[in-house]
Write a protein that binds this ligand. Structure first.
Ligand code: DGI
Ligand code: FE
Ligand code: FE
Ligand code: FE
Length: 187
């Protein structure tokens, strides 16, 4: 296993200082949520530190990766916003030797969520959205949700993200709809 220092060093080399600071704030928030919701803190820490590992890879590299590996070709219709989680999980395993499937799953799902999420995946999904540097209309309410109930925070985030995507006419990735249908739609 890498030491924390080695891990931080490898991660910081993959991204701007600004994004690295975001990653550290996600870790802080993920640890708070992990404490509150009884999630393993070591796993929360590693998943938070690695969640945006692939965010600054070039589109060309990501496209080559999709084409040469067992990833769905449908991914080619999207961009780095979707790729960095899905392919990030793969790159984190390959390059950082992190093999814990729950950590890799939390990385894979951190942008879109999913119908089935572990408590760890929920913690990372929510921590990324509400870390202390985030400043968008609704972030205060999102933080209040997260203090009350983790599932409520997942639902809040999913609803508001889909709204934003629709308003800006972005392409919706099927997993994002799956998350919405499961966590937001009332029956
Ligand atoms: O990587 P971060 O900026 O910290 O945050 P993120 O990975 O949660 O989200 C990255 C972006 O992805 C964010 O602007 C929202 C966007 N996104 C989430 N779901 C979808 C999406 N973009 C598209 N086109 N389609 C989606 O379904
Ligand atoms: Fe991300
Ligand atoms: Fe997010
Ligand atoms: Fe992030």
């Amino acid at each position: 296993d890498l030491t924390r220092e080695e891990l931080m060093d490898k991660i910081s080399r993959q991204m701007s200082e600004k994004r690295f600071q975001h990653v550290l704030r996600v870790e802080k928030k993920a640890l708070e949520l992990a404490e509150k919701y009884h999630v393993d803190k070591e796993e929360a820490s590693i998943a938070a530190l690695t969640h945006d590992y692939a965010k600054e890879r070039s589109d060309d590299e990501m496209i080559d990766l999709i084409k040469s590996h067992d990833f769905s070709n449908d991914l080619l219709d999207y961009g780095n916003a979707i790729w960095h989680g899905v392919l990030g999980a793969y790159l984190v395993e390959k390059e950082l030797d992190i093999t814990n499937p729950e950590i890799l799953d939390a990385i894979r799902l951190h942008t879109t969520g999913a119908k089935e999420m572990t408590e760890l995946a929920k913690v990372i999904y929510v921590a990324d959205y509400i870390e202390d540097g985030r400043d968008f209309p609704g972030v205060i309410e999102a933080r209040e949700c997260a203090n009350r109930d983790l599932d409520e925070a997942v639902a809040y985030e999913t609803y508001h993200t889909l709204n934003y995507l629709l308003k800006s006419k972005k392409k919706i990735y099927p997993k994002t709809l799956e998350t919405y249908n499961y966590w937001v739609v009332s029956n």
